[in-house]
Design a protein around this ligand. Structure first.
Ligand code: 5GP
Length: 205
C-alpha cells in the first residue's frame, strides 16, 4: 500500500498513534513498559515482527513476533506492515492490521520503533505524535551500552554509530524526553500521553 493510500484509508481512525524512539541505551523499552504497567495508563503497545533472534527470556508474541527472514519479507511484500526498517542488520516491522484495529476502537497505540520507521509512520499517519527519548549526554549512553554487557564490542560500535544517526534525526520529533532517572521519565511520559487523551482508567480489551 502506498503512503497516500494509507493516509486516505487511515485518516478517519479515532485513536492516537504515539511513536517512541531513541538510541540503544536511552532506556526507551523500560520507559514504555514501566509506563504501561501504571494503573492510569490507557494505551496499548504494538508488538513488532522481527528477524532478530530472541534474547534470553524473550517470548514470541510478547516482546516480538520472531520470524524467519523469508517470512518477514513475504509479509512485507504483501504490504502487511505500517512501516518496516533494517536496524542493526535485522528487519523490524509494525503489523498494520493490529494497529489499525486498535486505532479503530479509539485506543492510544504506542509503537516503540527506530527513527526510520517513525518517519514512515508520520508520512502515513500524519497525526502521529513522535516522542524521542535520550540521555542528557552521549557518554551516559555509551556507559549504559557498555555496562549492559549483552553485546560484544563490534555490536556496541554499530549501536553507537546508529545512535549518532538517530540523534541527528531527532529534530524531526515533536517531543523530547530525557531518561536519566527512570521514575521521573515515566512521569514525564505519562503527563505527555495524558495531553493526547491517553490517561485515565484502563479500558477492557
Ligand atoms: P531490539 O532488537 O534491541 O529490541 O531493537 C532494536 C531497534 O529496533 C530499537 O531501536 C527498536 O526501537 C527498533 N524496533 C523495534 N521494533 C521495530 C519496528 O517494528 N519497526 C522499526 N522500524 N523499528 C523497530
Amino acid at each position: 500500500m502506498s503512503s497516500e493510500t494509507f493516509r486516505e484509508s487511515w485518516s478517519d481512525l479515532s485513536g492516537r498513534l504515539i511513536v517512541v524512539s531513541g538510541p540503544s541505551g536511552s532506556g526507551k523499552t523500560s520507559l514504555v513498559r514501566q509506563y504501561l504497567a501504571r494503573p492510569d495508563a490507557r494505551a496499548r503497545l504494538s508488538i513488532s515482527a522481527t528477524t532478530r533472534q530472541p534474547r534470553v527470556g524473550e517470548e514470541y508474541g510478547r516482546e516480538y513476533f520472531f520470524e524467519k527472514r523469508v517470512d518477514f519479507e513475504a509479509a512485507r511484500d504483501r504490504g502487511e506492515f505500517l512501516e518496516w526498517a533494517e536496524v542493526h542488520g535485522n528487519l523490524y516491522g509494525t503489523p498494520a492490521d493490529s494497529v489499525r484495529s486498535m486505532l479503530e476502537r479509539g485506543d492510544c497505540v504506542i509503537l516503540e520503533i527506530d527513527v526510520q520507521g517513525a518517519l514512515q509512520c508520520l508520512e502515513r499517519f500524519p497525526s502521529a505524535e513522535l516522542v524521542f527519548v535520550n540521555t542528557s549526554t552521549f557518554s551516559v549512553l555509551e556507559d549504559r551500552l557498555r555496562s549492559r554487557s549483552t553485546e560484544d564490542e563490534p555490536t556496541i560500535q554499530v549501536r553507537l554509530n546508529n545512535a549518532r544517526r538517530e540523534i541527528a534525526l531527532s529534530e524531526k520529533y515533536h517531543h523530547h524526553l530525557i531518561n536519566e532517572n527512570l521514575d521521573r521519565a515515566v512521569d514525564d511520559l505519562a503527563s505527555l500521553l495524558s495531553r493526547f487523551g491517553c490517561g485515565g482508567p484502563v479500558r477492557d480489551a
